[in-house]
Design a protein around this ligand. Structure first.
Ligand SMILES: Nc1ncnc2c1ncn2[C@@H]1O[C@H](COP(=O)(O)OP(=O)(O)O)[C@@H](O)[C@H]1O
Ligand SMILES: O=C(CO)[C@@H](O)[C@@H](O)COP(=O)(O)O
Length: 543
């Protein structure tokens, strides 16, 4: 019997899973909320600018140092039988390190410097830099930008590097290497300095054929090109290969053996496709957590406007992986939960259920549209298809009698409408959606949400019986790196998570949601671009 370890670094916590390579059976698991959480309001007493989302890289090491010894102790598995280890991580979560791979925020004199900290994937401090990259690429008629949906997100690597260049040159001066946090964990485990093709391909303007797009960086300035060449660029390891074995130091520290192979990191949402066994064209997989990522696979590369990117071999070696997404989904529902009236909080406490469950219960039997509410789900900007992180959410149709559960449901529905916009974009550009899968931390917890998605999308939705598909995907890559399987596809089919249930559309609800979607589409177009100045002028007064 052999085993592999999958470690899923989500937005709020790290999750370590020990699984059987034969069938993906979870033998032991450990979930560690990040000690410092997400640093977004203030850092050591200093107020942070709006849109900042930082993390402390030491928290990521705690996941390793606590989680791996825990699963070994609990399972009593012989470490010699653990052939591989895989890492999935949110992206682009950017870390700046010195030549010993130590985060700059650990260095004396940098403790209070926000730009020395990890820029979480949802950090929105690099809007101006993203706009400059986009406008320069458009002016230079860079056709390759079509592989990134003809947009540049402030959530990606290069704008975040430019932000530090512009706002904190002292951090850059002290920095030896820059990378995705997922690459950093792999490098800490193997004492190397490598990069994964998945992270670079989706978030760093790197393509296997041409490498980094210095043709664009040079147009910004020579410093940017030099920083990318000297600090970001490094040997690349493709998904499906091994990044190398555990270092002796880490093997001893964690209780593993130096024979354990480590897979290059994969982006968390992308890892879910492996975890659910999605491996062919025509399948749209929604990975629903803090955010939602809408992933598809194709034999061809198509330039689909408004999606986040397409990268060959980022998930399944011989296919192009496509990504689109919504920056606030679980975050949006959390926002609604946090606005719940005290009476609801007390009722949920008395009954020992979550506020989510109480709100779902109170609104689950209502007819679509019965509240008269409709919302735009842009509380953290719009990633796809508008790619504008400065956009803001809104709620229409409020009356003096509107109930909080109706507002909660309006947000659930808004994320479904936003998903329909993305699905239609894929289909309009030749990528037919046959099957819709739902996985991640949310689908299993909210049946009403899945009912809404099936009826808004008018598609059967297959809900996966696992909140941990990304971790299983990472374990699958660990198993391949460790030689338990010859191909990623074979490993995914053997180790994938099971289906929990399938939900079919209900024609009566589909009809009502079609009317609501038309209204959503009009509001989307008005506030997304036709009259975007209305919300932007209000936002201009934000400190
Ligand atoms: N019953 C529920 N219905 C809808 N959303 C939920 C429910 N329970 C938790 N959530 C949301 O799930 C999100 C966490 O999902 P998870 O996949 O664990 O996050 P991530 O992988 O992004 O760290 C939170 O944003 C939370 O608001
Ligand atoms: O950006 C990506 C994928 O490209 C994700 O890492 C990011 O949306 C965060 O995902 P989670 O919602 O935290 O799982």
């Amino acid at each position: 019997m052999t085993y592999s370890i999958g470690i899923d670094y989500g937005t709020g916590s790290g999750r370590v899973f020990l699984v059987q390579t034969e069938n993906g059976k979870i033998i032991s698991q450990y979930i560690k909320p990040y000690t410092h959480g997400t640093i977004d309001e203030e850092l050591n007493g200093q107020k942070l600018p709006h849109g900042f989302s930082l993390q402390n890289a030491n928290d990521y090491l705690e996941v390793l140092e606590e989680g791996i010894p825990h699963v070994l102790k609990e399972s009593k598995v012989n470490p010699n039988e653990i052939v591989g280890l895989g890492i999935d991580f949110t992206s682009s979560t950017v870390i700046f390190v010195d030549k010993d791979m130590n985060p700059i925020h650990n260095k004396s004199g940098f403790e209070d410097n926000p730009h020395a900290y990890v820029k979480l994937w949802k950090h929105h401090g690099a809007e101006a830099e993203a706009d400059l990259l986009y406008n320069t690429a458009i002016k230079q008629k860079k056709r390759w930008l079509g592989n990134y949906g003809y947009n540049v997100s402030s959530e990606w690597m290069i704008p975040k590097i430019m932000e530090v260049m512009n706002k904190a040159p002292e951090v850059l001066e002290a920095t030896y290497a820059i990378m995705d946090a997922g690459d950093w964990i792999v490098n800490k485990l193997t004492s190397q300095n490598i990069r994964s093709n998945c992270g670079l391909g989706f978030k760093s303007f790197w393509e296997e054929e041409n490498g980094f797009h210095y043709d664009l960086f040079d147009k910004i300035n020579q410093t940017l090109s030099d920083v990318v060449r000297n600090k970001l660029e490094a040997p690349i390891v493709n998904i499906g290969n091994t990044a190398g074995r555990l270092s002796d130091e880490m093997a001893n520290k964690l209780g593993l053996t130096a024979n354990t192979q480590v897979s290059p990191f994969i982006i968390d949402a992308h890892s879910s496709l492996l975890g659910i066994g999605s491996e062919r064209e025509g399948q749209m997989t929604m990975v629903m957590g803090t955010s939602t990522c809408h992933l598809m696979l194709s034999k061809e590369q198509k330039k689909v406007p408004g999606i986040s990117g397409s990268v060959k071999g980022a998930i399944i070696p011989e296919l192009f992986a496509y990504e689109a997404g919504q920056s606030a989904v679980g975050d949006l529902f959390e926002y609604a939960v946090n606005q719940a009236p005290k009476s609801y909080i007390d009722e949920a406490d008395e009954r020992g259920i979550s506020i989510h469950q109480l709100l779902e219960e109170k609104t689950t039997n209502k007819l679509p549209g019965s509240s008269g509410l409709i919302a735009l789900d842009w509380h953290n900007g719009n990633r796809s298809v508008l790619s504008d992180s400065s956009l803001r959410g809104s709620l229409f149709g409020l009356t003096l009698h509107t109930k909080h559960e109706d507002i909660y449901r309006a947000y659930l529905e808004a994320t479904a409408f936003g998903t329909k916009m993305i699905m239609q974009q894929y289909e309009d550009w030749g990528m037919h959606v046959e099957d819709v899968f739902a996985c991640g931390g949310i689908p299993k917890r909210n049946k009403l949400l899945m009912d809404i998605y099936a009826n808004v999308l008018n598609k059967k939705v297959t809900v996966i019986d696992s909140e941990y598909a990304p971790a299983i995907g990472a374990a699958i890559l660990g198993a391949v790196a460790g030689g338990a399987y010859k191909t990623v596809k074979d490993a995914a089919q053997a180790m994938k998570e099971p289906v929990l249930y399938e939900i079919e559309p209900d024609p009566s609800k589909v009809e009502r949601y079609a009317l609501l979607f038309n209204s959503y589409k009009e509001l989307h177009d008005i506030h997304g671009y036709k009259k975007a100045r209305i919300m932007k002028s209000v936002a201009s007064l934000v400190e």
